[in-house]
Design a protein around this ligand. Structure first.
Ligand SMILES: [Mg+2]
Length: 285
């Protein structure tokens, strides 16, 4: 047996932000009694575990740096969270490990006052988990409700999902996907791998070449495309802007792509007519 044969196979993982992703909290929680797991979280984690994905929590805990609670409190909170998740999910273990970063460059507690490679948007916690648990980062995902979460995930070569219902936040995000909550994100992560034949592309052609140089309109098209994907469950794989056209690439083949483009055309047409000019921004298909 060669050394390579003895190496454990790298496994895919899902890195989960904690506050606003798993629990209902704005970021300062040092009291295990205050934990409130968000709706749909247990079902989402069940789905991810069923697909044999390792789960990790990666959370900034600036509250420690600000002296609001101690690292002990963070550890106790995570122990209680794990207990609650096990009960709700019905599994003996849910999160493989909880990573947290107590440091902050503007900390009031001197010991914690520094920038740290674990503090998101830096990807340090993901790298630490990958080393300790033999994780294939390129096959892994990062999910969180803040832009720093998807930035950290992207820096670690993971695919990323931003949890947001805010159109502007979604349109401006570097996240690969946007989902309204963890359950929708888990469905996206565990969706069957699409083969090339099942991918469809359709272009919308602008009536005039200057129409797509309108930055606000471009952002509107992006956010409407993401909203449409969320509403319909169609997997939007790519949205490419060219000088005078936009190409939407979706899972499901040409017919789905045509339906998606038709809806997107209708939504964006309506916006254009009420904000820019009475005639449609689009030419024929
Ligand atoms: Mg968060």
């Amino acid at each position: 047996m060669s050394a390579a044969d003895r190496q454990p196979a790298l496994r895919p993982a899902v890195f989960l932000d904690r506050d606003g992703t798993l629990i209902d909290n704005d970021g300062d929680l040092g009291d295990p009694k205050q934990i409130q797991i968000l709706p749909g979280v247990a079902q989402a984690l069940q789905l991810l575990l069923k697909h044999d994905l390792l789960l990790f929590v990666v959370t900034n805990q600036g509250g420690v740096a600000r002296g609001k609670y101690s690292e002990d409190a963070v550890v106790q909170t995570h122990a209680r969270l794990e207990q609650m998740l096990c009960e709700q999910v019905g599994a003996p273990k849910v999160i493989s490990e909880y990573y947290y970063c107590p440091f902050h460059p503007q900390a009031t507690v001197e010991n914690y006052r520094r920038e740290h490679e674990w503090r998101k948007p830096a990807p340090g916690m993901l790298f630490a988990a990958a080393l300790a648990h033999a994780i294939d980062l390129e096959k892994s995902w990062m999910v969180g409700d803040q832009e720093r979460d998807v930035v950290a995930g992207a820096a670690a070569q993971c695919r990323t999902i931003l949890l947001s219902s805010d159109r502007e936040q979604a349109a401006a995000s570097v996240g690969d996907f946007v989902a309204k909550d963890l359950l929708h994100a888990a469905r996206r992560i565990t969706a069957p791998i699409i083969d090339a034949a099942a991918i469809g592309s359709v272009a919308l052609h602008a009536r005039r070449s200057d129409i797509l140089s309108d930055a606000v309109f471009k952002e509107t098209i992006k956010s409407m495309a993401h909203a449409l994907a969320q509403r319909t469950g169609i997997q939007l794989l790519q949205l490419d802007f060219h000088a005078s056209s936009v190409t939407a690439t979706v899972a499901g083949g040409e017919v789905i792509a045509l339906g998606f483009a038709t809806e997107l055309r209708r939504d964006t047409d309506r916006w254009w007519r009420s904000h820019r000019a009475p005639e449609s921004p689009w030419g024929s298909f």
